[in-house]
Ligand binder design. Structure first.
Ligand code: UT7
Length: 325
């Protein structure tokens, strides 16, 4: 029994925030943002539009692509670091929105690596034959934790969602392996320190803007390149493959320079590397399924295509998933 992705979907909110919009609100420039990050625009959710709203649209699109009905879904796993509310889980809200009443639903928190962590859980449940049809969603409203006055972070993040329907099937194709890693020692490289149980929302938290992302950009950058390279090599060596065996490489979209540096270290030509950060910015757990859906819809991924997904994010967390489509 293998876990196979039989449908993908994605959704981004309509409103677009461009670099020139940001030039008007913080001390930055289109040239700096484009050259240092590759980002030109990002989509921003409307007031009241939470992660469950975006995730529901991506999930409905993935179900329709998979020709499955909501009643067929056994399990919904949602990766998000921007849940609608502390509880209930965003997965339960998506279950309600879809009317997938038979499905068990829960969230996974692994920031930008969340989608791969969730996919790995789906893979294990399917191979254990506990569940057959699993909906895996990565959805984020990063604008809800982005400090619009901090030029070092507000230029980076965007909102969006991506989803995959994973089904247990017989045969050779499907998810070949997952490799997950965490290092809590470096928790403070990217975090939202306030607004949780340790420092609940208070006047101090709000005044010190602790309910927004704090990031040590350059240290994070270096580790992102190193760990994404390591994660890719670990997946290749587990299957005795070389980088030439990979048809499509989908890295987490945090910065075009991180993606290019990782590809260079792996000696992977950019034609086989997916990069859509220019349009969406860093959408955290949504970035990989969003890019995956674009590749599926563009017919770049077909039966037998070898796809390597690699992520890195807060935690720290990093991961890879190797798929023979
Ligand atoms: O998804 C999770 C993983 N996240 C990441 O992997 C993000 C990793 N980090 C990055 O992408 C990059 O570190 C940034 C894009 C955040 C920053 O780029 P950088 O090349 O590392 O710049 P820097 O932080 O070293 O800053 C260089 C200069 C500084 O000025 P001084 O001190 O040299 O005078 C910054 O103040 O650029 C300045 N700067 C800006 N200037 C114009 C920082 N942000 C901006 C800005 N516009 N938006």
């Amino acid at each position: 029994m293998r876990a196979k992705i039989i449908g993908t979907g994605s959704y981004v909110p309509h409103s677009v925030l461009t670099n020139s919009d940001l030039e008007r609100s913080v001390d930055t420039s289109d040239q700096w943002i484009t050259e240092r990050t590759g980002i030109r625009s990002r989509h921003i959710a409307s007031p009241g539009e939470g992660s469950s709203a975006l995730g529901t649209k991506a999930a409905a699109s993935a179900l329709s692509c998979a020709h499955l009905d909501q009643a067929d879904v056994d399990l919904i796993i949602v990766a998000t670091c921007t849940p609608d509310m502390p509880f209930p889980s965003t997965a339960c809200l998506i279950q309600r929105n879809l009317g997938a009443t038979a499905a068990v639903a829960f969230d996974v928190s692994a920031a930008c690596s969340g989608f791969l962590f969730a996919l790995s859980i789906a893979d294990h449940y399917i191979r254990a034959e506990t569940y057959r049809n699993v909906l895996v969603v990565g959805t984020e409203v990063m604008s809800s934790v982005t400090d619009s006055t901090d030029r070092t972070t507000c230029i980076l993040f965007g909102d969006g969602a991506g989803a995959a329907v994973v089904q247990g099937v017989d045969g050779e194709n499907g998810i070949l392996s997952n490799h997950l890693h965490s290092n809590g020692q470096r928790w403070d490289l990217i975090c939202v320190p306030g607004g949780g149980s340790q420092q609940p929302l208070s006047e101090t938290v709000l005044n010190e803007r602790l309910n927004f992302i704090k990031m040590r950009g350059s240290a994070t950058f270096k580790l992102a390149v190193k760990m994404m390279e390591q994660a890719a090599r670990e997946a290749l060596s587990a299957h005795h493959l070389t980088i030439d065996d990979i048809d499509i490489f989908i890295p987490h979209q945090a910065n075009s320079r991180i993606i290019e540096a990782t590809a260079k270290r792996l000696q992977l030509p950019m034609e086989r590397v997916v990069m859509n950060i220019g349009q969406y910015g860093n959408t955290s757990a949504a970035s990989i399924p969003l890019a995956l859906d674009e590749m599926v819809r563009a017919n770049r991924i077909k039966d037998g295509t070898r796809v390597l997904l690699v992520a890195f994010g807060s935690g720290l967390t990093w991961a890879s998933t190797l798929i023979r489509w």
